[in-house]
Design a protein. Sequence first.
Length: 131
Amino acid sequence: MGSGTEKVTKLHLQAFGLSDYTVKQLVKGLVAASTNSRLKEYLASDIKVSVEKRLANPKVQAENKVKLQRVLTWLKGESNVIPVDFLKGLTPEKKIEVLYARIQELETQEQTLTEETERLLAQARRMVASK
């Protein structure tokens, strides 16, 4: 799976616009790999096989086939994004310089996010403690 998706819930499938019936048909006979927050998680590879079988069914309506194809594209990690190497024409030294600057920029963003997270957690703790 190229997308980094290893487990899929029924909610993931419903987010693609699949009906409850279609989702039930896809997970029918599958064993949940785990449970997370009371949601059964199925292996993406199992869901992929199930979607492919459903797509092969001639009785599936065209609208549902489009939705199933989108799910399959997502599960395969394919998308309309084309990877481009923007550093391709640079010398190794320049690549290092650009990447180092990007790392510093990301570290600054990380620090800001960490501070914001700590502030929100402190606020949440105060709210819980006041109840």
